[in-house]
Write a protein that binds this ligand. Structure first.
Ligand code: CA
Ligand code: CA
Length: 301
């Protein structure tokens, strides 16, 4: 019982009723007799949080602090309209360690037994890490066709994902990829890294892929075509299988080194009725693309 009024009273006013759902009953009394009670209920919202402040003390972290005026049984925290925490009554601080980066809107809503206060709002610009800063390099900026190039990259932060393009339509997601260019030319490879703080600067490295220079049928690369050259080809075909310039041994430039090339060199040397395909009689590059490999001959300019 909160009040006893004089007979004939027909109103009652309670100042500062407790927050929550309050159930009131009124009972008329005559001497020792009690009339049946009349009841009504009243939802009283709790006082809203006061002095709310928001800050971002670290990356992806928001810090909220407020004060309470009492009557609270629980406290709800909303971020951008969605509840992210339900705290026990009496709590006056909250740290959101999973906050998205950038501007976020927080609301603090006080609850008293199922009745809610007006929300109190604050905005905070949540810190994000800086984008990675990277460097890139290639082991040889000038290389002959058929040789693999080794690329490498570094980042000032760990845990990034890499994206290389090699300038010939090929790509890689390795940090330190190897690449084999299939044609000669000047290629600009580029790389970026993506981390928590976004995408890095773009770094470019240029690779000049050269066609090897050789003299057709100078199989051993000594600058002259003589009997030692078909012997070199026979050793390649039936012995080691190794050659620093397979292209030179392909007399007719059909993309295959076989016995007919050996016979042709012998015919050229002893009868002169056939002539090696270009590059001949001067050093030069292979006019046709094929799978044969070659390193430039040292006797060629
Ligand atoms: Ca030779
Ligand atoms: Ca051939």
């Amino acid at each position: 019982m909160i009040a006893t009024l004089g007979g004939g009273s027909n109103f009652f006013q309670e100042t500062s009723p407790p927050a929550g759902v309050n159930l009131y009953s009124v009972t008329a009394i005559a001497g020792s007799l009690l009339a049946p009670s009349s009841e009504c209920s009243l939802s009283v919202p709790p006082a809203a949080a006061v002095g709310l402040t928001c800050s971002s003390p670290a990356e992806f972290t928001a810090q909220l602090d407020w004060a309470l005026l009492g009557g609270d049984t629980a406290i709800a925290i909303h971020r951008n309209g969605a509840q992210v925490a339900s705290l026990p009554g009496g709590t006056t601080t909250f740290t959101d360690t999973a906050a998205p980066g950038g501007i976020q809107t927080y609301e603090v809503i006080i609850e008293a037994s199922g009745v809610f206060s007006d929300p109190v709002t604050c905005l905070v610009n949540v810190q994000v890490p800086a984008a990675p800063v990277i460097t890139a390099a290639v082991d040889f900026s000038t290389i002959e066709l058929g040789n693999t190039v080794q690329f490498s990259a570094t980042s000032d932060v760990a845990g990034v994902t890499w994206s290389w393009t090699f300038g010939d339509g090929e790509t890689s997601n390795e940090q330190n990829p190897q690449h084999l260019y299939s044609t000669a030319g000047v290629f600009t490879a580029s790389v970026t890294a993506t981390g928590q703080g976004g995408i890095s600067n773009l770094v470019e490295v240029t690779v000049n892929v050269l066609q090897p220079v050789f003299l057709r049928s100078d199989n051993n690369g000594d600058g002259t075509i003589d009997i030692s050259d078909p012997i070199q080809a026979l050793e390649y075909l039936f012995g080691s299988g190794l050659s620093s310039c397979e292209s030179a041994m392909d007399f007719n430039d059909d993309g295959v080194v076989d016995l007919s090339d050996v016979v042709n060199v012998l015919t050229f040397i002893f009868e002169g009725t056939v002539t090696p395909a270009a590059p001949y009689p001067a050093c030069g590059t292979d006019p046709t693309a094929d799978a044969l490999t070659c390193t430039s001959q040292s006797t060629c300019p």
